[in-house]
Design a protein around this ligand. Structure first.
Ligand code: B4P
Length: 191
């Protein structure tokens, strides 16, 4: 099993690239954003509480996403590994993921970080808002808050992973196909 994190600010293309990479490398794509949106769509109490948090551009509590990921890891068999998209988003989530994987004889093999300019992030999210109807994309103040939350709570994971020797920056500017080729080149070294 080989396990990757795909990492970057909101709108950096994590979700877009993960779908293509998971298919190419036969990985299980685990997106906490997609899992949370599915919970909201099914109208559960948990979904209702998470919807309020996400529509403000805040992170949902660590224990909620850690539990979701643990259930998925244990119910998935027969793949080459996992591609974690949008998880972890805090250092506490990173420590929990490492423990979860280590307890099952696995580890985080590589963290691929998409580097994208601030203006390009805002441009992509505004464009997505027109098609997706996602409430967290529609309001520019919420988009700004998501980017601020990324800087304060999520970016510190980069240093944590750099110290572990698994950090790999990737240029996230340009066409979807060009960025895909750069990511695939890095991943090939491990698969
Ligand atoms: P996510 O669903 O993870 O989404 P994201 O960060 O907004 O976007 P992503 O980087 O995946 O962008 P995408 O490929 O779609 O998070 C949403 C919310 O869920 C968070 O704010 C938080 O509240 C909550 N959450 C999720 N995980 C959590 C966790 N672990 N802990 C706590 N809270 C959590 O790309 C964006 C747009 O750009 C798309 O329209 C795409 O088509 C376009 N695009 C992509 N690449 C492009 C390119 N190269 N050129 C032009 N456009 C491009």
């Amino acid at each position: 099993m080989v396990n990757f994190l795909i990492f970057g600010p909101p709108g950096s293309g994590k979700g877009t690239q993960s779908v293509k990479l998971a298919e190419k490398f036969r990985l299980v794509h685990l997106s906490t954003g997609d899992m949370l949106r599915a919970e909201i769509a099914s109208g559960t109490d948990l979904g209702k509480r998470m919807s309020t948090i996400m529509s403000k551009g805040e992170l949902v509590p660590d224990e909620v996403v850690i539990e979701m990921i643990a259930v998925k890891i244990d119910s998935t068999k027969g793949f080459a590994g996992f591609l974690f998209d949008g998880f972890p988003r805090t250092v506490a989530q990173t420590v929990a993921l490492e423990k979860m994987l280590n307890d099952r004889g696995m580890k985080i093999d590589r963290m691929l970080v998409l580097d994208v300019d601030h203006d390009e992030l805002v441009k992509r999210l505004i464009a997505r808002a027109e098609q997706s109807g996602r409430p967290d994309d529609k309001d520019p103040a919420v988009v700004d808050n998501r980017i601020d939350v990324y800087k304060s709570k999520t970016e510190p994971i980069i240093n944590y992973c750099r110290e572990k020797g698994i950090y790999q920056p990737v240029n996230g500017m340009g066409s979807i196909d060009d960025i895909f080729a750069r990511l695939a080149e890095q991943m090939k070294k491990f698969v």
